[in-house]
Design a protein around this ligand. Structure first.
Ligand code: ZN
Length: 424
């Protein structure tokens, strides 16, 4: 077997070991909670939060092991070669004679069937795990509010979206990469095309996509709206952008976020958040989200994604139709669509580094947004109690391992945010 064969094995097994190691490190018990967060839980709640973390970690390890075994078996047993042969037979059947020849010539039909089959199969195999996570673990700790109907509706809507958005996107990528053999700048075209599409999707998501899953309503009149109104007008922020979301439809966990840009920018407060906090705390949280907007954090994250997409497409072009890679996957005929699938495990280390950079940036942005809230609203102590309430209600792990924080956390741990807020 060739070097790619071993590279795929080493990378997939290596990541499995590394990620589970981080999980184990974060699960270790601590003797004493740091003083900043000592009052978040009473002893009962603390032990409940510990069991919740343990349950989630154990289940996460089980899930990742299942996925690893599945991938390695399929890889070693020549599953990819078998699937590719089936796809070629099926695509040649008269059933598909309605498909325009453009889609056959560029192997877009083949690619859609090949990648579609892999996505559908992994979705079905992972379904029991999602069901268990929602209806057993989350249920046991009192978080789950999802009904089976909502659970399956979410998946069906997700699948329809994946088909509507995914097939044209795949068609575009396969068609463009078809020029790679003759044009060394193809990766640039793919990059530009997908970047424009990503921007467009980010723009329409708050208005067209997110409402398919949740209800968004402008805040109702009352004390909260007045308080927010006063604050927003002081900061010159358009209040039309603040929405209440029915998060309680799926989970009792609370959250708030800032999304979109331009006319479609939105600050979203979960109904569960509104129910669990005082008006001052809610305004402090809203001011944090406004901080993300004022400091253009979405655009900065987009910058990282722009650079990394360029790098990824460049590497894909270099590796396209590499016959040794196809040999490692035991697939006879080289193709662009299968190249995309086979290159992805090899890109894992690069994606991982990009992920770390993006979470470093994101944690920096969280501190900046906290600072904005503390300085503009002038009540850092309210943001502190709000963050404590959030952690308590979500049974957060208050003592994650620093290595896991560094590599995976988009938000700094609570104790560090409190430490920073106390300076204001
Ligand atoms: Zn934030």
């Amino acid at each position: 077997m060739n070097v790619w064969f071993y590279a795929v094995l080493i990378i997939t097994v290596g990541f499995w070991i590394w990620e589970n190691l981080l999980t184990l490190l974060s699960s270790r018990p601590v003797d004493k909670l740091p003083e900043e967060v000592a009052d978040v839980y009473d002893p009962d709640e603390y032990s409940k939060s510990q069991s919740y973390s343990r349950a989630k970690n154990k289940f996460g390890m089980l899930t990742s092991t299942f996925q690893l075994v599945l991938f390695i078996s399929f890889f070693l047993l020549g599953g990819f070669g078998w699937l590719d042969e089936q796809v070629r037979v099926i695509a040649g059947k008269s059933f598909f004679s309605f498909v325009p020849s453009f889609f056959i010539r560029h192997e877009i039909l083949h690619g859609t069937l090949f990648i579609g089959a892999l996505i559908v199969a992994s979705g079905i195999l992972n379904l029991p795990f999602s069901l268990y996570s929602t209806f057993v673990i989350e249920e046991k700790f009192g978080f789950n509010k999802t009904t089976l109907k909502t659970f399956f509706k979410d998946r069906i809507v997700g699948l329809i979206l994946a088909v509507i958005l995914g097939i044209p996107l795949l068609t575009l990528v396969l068609w463009l990469f078809g020029f790679a053999a003759s044009d060394p700048l193809t990766w640039l075209y793919v990059w530009a095309a997908l970047f424009i599409i990503q921007m467009a999707l980010m723009y329409i998501a708050p208005v067209w996509i997110m409402p398919l899953f949740n209800k968004f309503e402008p805040l109702e009149d009352g004390e909260l709206k007045d308080a927010i109104n006063d604050f927003a007008s002081k900061e010159n922020f358009a209040l039309q952008g603040v929405f209440k979301m029915d998060g309680s439809k799926r989970s009792s966990k609370a959250n708030a976020y800032f999304t979109g840009f331009g006319k479609n920018r939105r600050i979203v407060l979960f109904d569960t958040l509104i129910d669990s906090m005082s008006t001052d705390e809610l305004v402090a949280v809203l001011a944090h989200e406004m901080g993300h907007c004022k400091k253009k954090h979405i655009m900065k994250q987009l910058g990282i994604s722009l650079i990394s997409m360029g790098l990824i497409f460049y590497l894909i072009q270099i590796m396209l139709n590499n016959s040794s890679l196809f040999e490692a996957f035991q697939v006879k005929e080289v193709s662009i669509y299968a190249s995309l699938v086979f290159i992805s495990p090899l890109l894992e280390p690069i994606n991982y580094i990009i992920g770390i950079l993006s979470s470093v940036l994101s944690r920096k942005h969280e501190y900046e947004a906290d600072e904005y809230s503390a300085k503009s609203f002038g009540k850092p102590e309210k943001l502190i109690t709000a963050l404590k309430t959030l952690s308590r209600d979500n049974l957060s792990n208050l003592t994650p391992h620093p290595l896991q924080v560094f590599t995976e956390y988009s938000h700094p741990p609570l104790k560090e945010r409190i430490r920073a807020l106390k300076k204001y």
